[in-house]
Design a binder for this molecule. Structure first.
Ligand code: FAD
Length: 446
């Protein structure tokens, strides 16, 4: 049996509705079509187990490890001294002094190269920091991740001109916050059908953006946003083709209206909302890449951008290991510690071993991203899916392990003199990971 030619088109769109066929056409044409580097995920699909890419399991150099150790230590100090994550959840506010302290450390420029004033962290160290943050406060993790993994720094780093980089990147070392605006009320998983437009003015100096963007994380406080919008269509092979383009937009531009701050099940401290753009003038110099390549930019941004979420899942799962181990030996029912009952020890084993797997996938993919000579498109999507699905199961099993205390809010436990394990909040915070940056059902977009 011969395997299909990897370059052959295998999707037959002839029997699809026009809407479905055009979604596919636009999204598929935005994908990178060339494999410049080997890929473990791709080889699996072709029936090969390319173990040379995976082994020996990569290790961090001691110099790089030290950089990460120092930063993680400082982040932990800020969190333990200044941030009550349950209060963030209750008040829907991440205190300004915490954001300032993180900015001072350079956390809004972790992946910005030193050349532009950033910390120039490797993906491994960046994810070590994100893991530490997520184990403490889901809202703060999403604030930093939406800014750095998909917000302005990442696409700018990948696709910006030198002039654009010089103009914007140093701002993030000063603490500027960014957001990524793709989703709209009528388009979520299917961005190809977006309605927001960017029309070039007569003088050719500015694009005027009109439309609405929904669920834009950090959108309400962002200094800069990457906004995707439709520019003038082009005729390609006799057919009119929609052109999605990407722009850097200043958050205080006239014409941006913050219509509504969304309130969610979890990560309640994030500043996420519905934004309306009315004739928002964006200089042509702020176009990223070129007209029509905005969806390509969004998908490519996610190749490494999507690796933060596994780290956040690992941080949460490790916190579950920590809490269940502590509680499992302390809580006695029917004459034994609950961690020693057969079901309890099975649960501990599941939580610990699944956490190990989540962490291993996180480190493997982070190291592969740092190596730079491996194509990690598939691995990033696989890691996102595996880690978000398994972390959810780990948190669910943790709730069950704690019984009623797993269902009670930490502040309520504290008020009646018990240890304030934040499991109820973690469960609410964890659930979003199966939805953002590509739903599990269709891992394609943020
Ligand atoms: C808290 C939060 C933060 C977010 N942050 C951002 C952000 O910063 N920037 C941004 O642009 N967006 C953001 N989003 C939007 C997020 O990326 C979308 O929610 C996500 O892409 C899914 O879109 P949707 O919610 O409209 O679901 P829909 O697209 O309506 O999908 C609903 C269901 O149908 C399934 N489905 C859809 N298409 C298919 C298919 N072809 N095959 C199988 N199943 C399918 C989905 O998997 C899902 O289960 C955020 C959302 C939330 C809730």
């Amino acid at each position: 049996m011969s395997l299909p030619d990897e370059n052959k088109v295998v999707i037959d769109t002839s029997k699809m509705s026009d809407a479905k066929a055009s979604s596919l056409q636009i999204t598929e044409s935005a994908r990178e079509s060339v494999w410049q580097h080997p890929s473990f995920g791709k080889s699996l699909f072709m029936g090969e187990f390319n173990k040379e890419i995976l082994f020996p399991f990569p290790e961090q150099s001691s110099d790089d490890e030290k950089i990460g150790d120092d930063l993680v230590k400082q982040v932990r100090i800020i969190f333990s001294e200044q941030l009550d994550a349950d209060l963030v959840d209750e008040t829907r506010t991440i205190p300004d002094e915490v954001i300032q302290a993180l900015a001072k450390l350079g956390l809004f420029a972790m992946k910005v190269s030193k050349e532009y004033g950033g910390l120039g962290l490797t993906q491994v160290n960046y994810n070590r920091v994100m893991m530490a943050i997520a184990s403490h406060c889901g809202s703060t993790a999403v604030l930093i991740s939406a800014h750095q993994s998909i917000g302005v720094p990442q696409p700018l780093k990948l696709f910006g001109t030198v002039e654009q980089k010089k103009r914007f990147l140093p701002r993030f070392r000063e603490g500027a916050i960014s957001a990524f605006a793709l989703t709209e009320p009528s388009v979520g998983s299917d961005p190809a059908h977006m309605k927001t437009t960017a029309t070039l003015n007569e003088q050719g100096t500015h694009y005027l953006i009109n439309g609405e963007k929904l669920w834009c994380t950090n959108g309400l406080i962002a200094d800069y946003l990457v906004v995707m919008a439709c520019t003038a269509p082009k005729v390609i092979k006799g057919k009119e083709r929609k052109q999605i383009s990407a722009f850097i937009v200043e958050g205080n531009s006239p014409g941006i209206e913050l219509v509504h701050r969304c309130d969610f099940m979890g990560i309640r401290g994030i500043q996420n909302g519905l934004m309306r753009f009315t004739d928002v003038a964006v200089p042509v110099e702020n176009l990223l890449l070129e007209e029509g390549r905005g969806l390509k930019l969004a998908l490519a941004t996610l190749n490494t951008g999507r690796l933060t979420l596994p780290a956040a899942c690992a941080g949460m799962a490790k916190q579950c290991v920590n809490m269940t181990r502590r509680w499992g030996g302390k809580r006695v029912q029917w004459g034994s510690a609950i961690g020693e009952h057969e079901k309890g020890s099975n649960r501990l084993a599941f939580i610990a071993s699944t956490t190990l797997a989540i962490e291993a996938v996180t480190w493997l993919t982070s190291h592969l991203a740092d190596k730079g000579d491996v194509d990690i498109r598939m691995e990033a999507a696989m890691a996102k899916m595996f880690c978000s699905e398994m972390a959810w199961q780990v948190v669910d099993e943790t709730v069950q392990f704690f019984g009623g205390r797993g269902y009670e809010k930490a502040l309520s436990l504290k008020a009646r003199g018990e240890l304030p394990f934040p499991i109820e909040r973690m469960m609410r915070d964890c659930r979003i990971n199966r939805i953002i940056e590509g739903t599990t059902d269709k891992v394609a977009k943020p």
